[in-house]
Design a protein around this ligand. Structure first.
Ligand SMILES: NC(=O)C1=CN([C@@H]2O[C@H](COP(=O)(O)OP(=O)(O)OC[C@H]3O[C@@H](n4cnc5c(N)ncnc54)[C@H](OP(=O)(O)O)[C@@H]3O)[C@@H](O)[C@H]2O)C=CC1
Ligand SMILES: Nc1nc(=O)c2c([nH]1)NC[C@@H]1CN(c3ccc(C(=O)N[C@@H](CCC(=O)O)C(=O)O)cc3)C=[N+]21
Ligand SMILES: [Mg+2]
Length: 287
């Protein structure tokens, strides 16, 4: 079996076309969806991602502003900016690019973002809502993966899903989201003994560990759907995921590539969430 490659860029374009229509409709009502991005320090990867986010906003017709702070900025200054953005009616979504420099209490910073503007879905309220199946802003990366599966008509109910990686921004919300859709979910992490005994059971394998070549063909069931969330820059400059792409594609039924897989979807779902935020805030304001 040779896998079908899930073209994340194409799925992203499809979702962005819908986003453009919704944005045009909001603009006709006098509302331009606006995103504020806060970036602290000068992590080169973060700069690339933020630039991609701004580009996607512009492409769809959203307004976006980047607030860049030096790495040694006091927490209080960043929190004050968040509070000002919470109160700004032209800003509908607020995103704090992670990771923050070490001296920051990231949890505290994220908690300062208004729940109604938390387009990343990282606020504790939104995390709790996701656990109860009522989320307002699904976190962008797991949301993007769900959209990719939906676009390819891949069933989720009753499927064995194995998520490799248990972070708050990818692994945990991914597992929660697919469990809500009635998959049987297993979460693996760095202390999992014999990863392969779990991955081999997966009908859908989602990998978000940040370890190149973590997933080899012998760890994958023939016909499995393999979604590679990992982003790794190799010493030679190449960008790769966590999956041995050439090996695993000989065995899987579907596989998502890196680049051009989950990455473009993450950015697109951020745009989508910002439009939803603008719509909701406009409806509240209009009463
Ligand atoms: N494409 C996209 O849009 C996005 C891509 N990413 C990428 O996805 C990857 C994961 O990101 P993120 O979740 O933020 O990363 P974190 O570093 O926060 O979490 C990594 C997770 O993977 C687990 N892990 C690490 N090594 C192994 C291993 N050898 N076997 C099994 N599990 C392992 C860790 O386990 P433990 O908990 O035990 O430490 C942890 O749960 C990164 O490459 C990142 O760049 C992230 C966000 C968006
Ligand atoms: N508050 C916050 N929200 C996030 O959503 C968030 C974050 N912090 N911190 C870091 C991770 C990582 N992330 C990516 C987004 C896009 C690509 C992306 O566009 N990838 C392209 C390639 C990009 C490149 O060329 O480097 C692709 O896979 O095709 C990758 C990774 C969002 N994250
Ligand atoms: Mg259920």
């Amino acid at each position: 079996m040779v896998a079908k490659i899930i073209d994340g860029k194409a799925v992203a374009q499809h979702v962005r076309a819908q986003c453009r229509e919704e944005t045009a409709a909001l603009k006709a009502r006098g509302v331009t969806p606006g995103l504020a991005v806060i970036i602290v320090g000068d992590n080169p990867a973060s700069k690339v991602y933020v630039a991609n986010k701004v580009k996607a906003c512009t492409e769809v017709g959203l307004h976006s502003t980047v607030y860049a702070f030096a790495a040694d900025t006091p927490d209080a200054e960043v929190e004050a900016k968040i509070l000002a953005l919470n109160a700004d009616p032209l800003v509908h979504g607020i995103l704090v690019q992670l990771p923050l420099p070490k001296h920051f209490d990231a949890k505290r910073v994220l908690a300062a973002i208004s729940v109604d503007k938390d387009v990343d879905g990282f606020h504790l309220y939104n995390v709790g809502a996701l656990a109860q199946g009522e989320t307002v802003f699904p976190p962008c990366t797991p949301y993007g993966v769900s959209k990719m599966l939906e676009y390819e008509n891949i069933p989720i109910e009753g499927q064995n899903v194995v998520v490799v990686g248990a972070s708050n921004i990818v692994g945990k919300p991914m597992a929660m989201m697919l469990m809500q859709r009635d998959a049987t979910v297993c979460i693996c992490h760095a202390k999992t003994r014999d990863l392969a005994q779990f991955t081999i059971l997966a009908d859908i394998l989602v990998v978000a560990a940040g370890v190149p070549n973590l997933i080899l063909p012998q760890m994958v069931r023939t016909g499995a759907v393999v979604i590679d969330v990992g982003i790794n820059r190799l010493p030679d400059g190449r960008l790769v995921g966590d999956v041995d792409f050439e090996g695993v594609r000989q065995k899987a039924s579907y596989i998502s590539p890196v680049p051009g897989g989950v990455g473009p979807m993450t950015i697109t779902m951020l745009v989508h969430n910002t439009i939803q935020a603008a719509r909701r805030q406009a409806e509240l304001a209009e009463g």
